[in-house]
Design a protein around this ligand. Structure first.
Ligand code: LLP
Length: 404
């Protein structure tokens, strides 16, 4: 499915010029996800805030900003990058369980749309910062709707007992407090139930609970403007497009006609299909009955297989030998360093390229220099034969650049 965006002939040219491992993104694929979201939600007129944690590359973020999207940021660093990429401050929201006073101040000075606070203590800190700056802080609360999204335990966030959000009960108290404050302006309510959620059912359940709560708040004199249903819409690894129409239906049937502005924070579903990791084979070897391909990309480049058991489709670029079952591993000194396990591939020769698909989200953004491996380069395909380097490969010098 993704083949049309990533022609093998072009991937070979990119690897020749940019080297490997290299993240390759497709601007047309990224923009297609954006337009599919827009179409699916037509009529509801939501604000989409691209969740930058999925991929904060300036070139991709600029595409989202140009398409009229806002940004969902979770750190001062992401806010800095969002502004640099051209997102309008008034279209930026700030999420996360542990925003520091300095980050809150940065957000307020920037004039962002709202802050999704996650505890009474954070709200009190926000109030202090706003008072110091002599402003009213636009406040939304992340509410934990206690809904099971049926996803990996590391990325499931919507059940009570997780570190995220506040209960409806606590939220009611916080909103009543905020409504009385000279420096807090309660404008919204949010939930984010988890990531890689494949069914609309949990969203419908959470949205229904949120809507009922917003009505209750209004009866107490607190009228919100925004209903934010988070991100988390899943992708089938290796597939071009998850259809968000089911999601639109689930939340649309709850919020349409309420006068609330709907906000969404998709990350993975926009970026994942728009990127792959291109790696070159260094060696082949056998151990016991297992066949290994040792490639030049490793868990420091793409940690998702090791961390979540994620299965990214892999393909050999160009013809290979006899088909065999392989584990695709990297040079990092850990048995957990694998990119794919038990995959059937034509036997590659050393130097041949392998594409690891669905790596546009939480690939580069979660990469590290572990084993003192300079981070990979990033490339953006802009047309059928055109591409450009959007981040140079790190050098050995970069590894020690911050040491003093
Ligand atoms: N909004 C909030 C508040 C979030 O915490 C997240 C993701 C999103 C939006 C975007 O969710 P998405 O649409 O991308 O699923 N590293 C993991 C995923 C962690 C997601 C954390 N929060 C992975 O590689 O699967």
């Amino acid at each position: 499915m993704l083949g049309k965006y990533f022609k093998h002939s072009l991937l070979k040219k990119i690897a020749n010029r940019a080297g490997t491992p290299v993240y390759v993104y497709s601007a047309p694929a990224f923009l297609k996800q954006i337009s599919t979201y827009k179409k699916a939600f037509k009529g509801l007129d939501p604000l989409f805030c691209y969740a930058m944690k999925a991929n904060s590359s300036g070139a991709l973020c600029a595409l989202a900003a140009k398409a009229g999207w806002g940004a969902d940021v979770v750190s001062g660093g992401e806010l800095y990058r969002a502004l640099k990429a051209g997102f309008k401050p008034g279209n930026i929201i700030f999420s996360g369980v542990g925003k520091t006073p300095a980050e809150l101040e940065y957000a307020l000075k920037t004039g962002i749309m709202f802050i999704n606070a996650e505890s009474m203590e954070e709200v009190l800190e926000l109030e202090r910062v706003a008072a110091r700056l002599k402003v009213r802080a636009p406040l939304s609360l992340r509410i934990n709707p206690d809904v099971d999204p049926h996803t990996h335990k590391f990325i499931s966030t919507g059940r009570l007992g997780s570190k995220f959000g506040v209960s409806f009960e606590e939220a009611l108290k916080i909103y009543m407090y905020a409504a009385e404050s000279a420096h807090l302006n309660p404008v919204g309510a949010q939930f984010h139930i988890g990531s890689q959620v494949h069914k609309a059912g949990p969203y419908a359940l959470a949205a229904g609970r949120l809507a009922a709560f917003i009505v209750k708040l209004a009866s107490r004199g607190v009228n919100l403007k925004y209903a934010d249903v988070g991100g988390g819409w899943g992708v089938k690894e290796g597939d071009e497009m998850p259809d968000p129409a089911a999601l639109a239906k689930a939340v649309g049937s709850v919020f349409a006609g309420t006068g609330l502005k709907l906000v969404l924070e998709p990350g993975r579903s926009v970026a994942a299909p728009a990127g792959l990791l291109l790696t070159a084979v260094i060696y082949r070897k056998q151990s016991g009955k297992k066949n290994f391909i040792v490639a030049d990309a490793a868990m420091n480049d793409l940690v998702r297989p090791a961390l979540y058991g994620a299965k990214h489709p892999v393909a050999l670029i160009g013809p290979g030998g006899e088909e065999k079952v392989f584990d695709l591993v990297g040079p990092v000194c850990e048995s957990g360093d694998f990119l794919a396990q038990g995959v059937r591939l034509p036997e590659p020769a050393a130097g041949q390229l392998i594409a690891i698909y669905s790596a546009g989200a939480y690939g580069f953004s979660m990469s590290s220099q572990y084993n003192s491996r300079p981070r990979a380069a990033e490339v953006l395909i802009t047309g059928p034969t055109s591409w450009r380097l959007i981040r140079r490969r790190e050098t050995y010098k970069d590894l020690t650049a911050c040491e003093i």
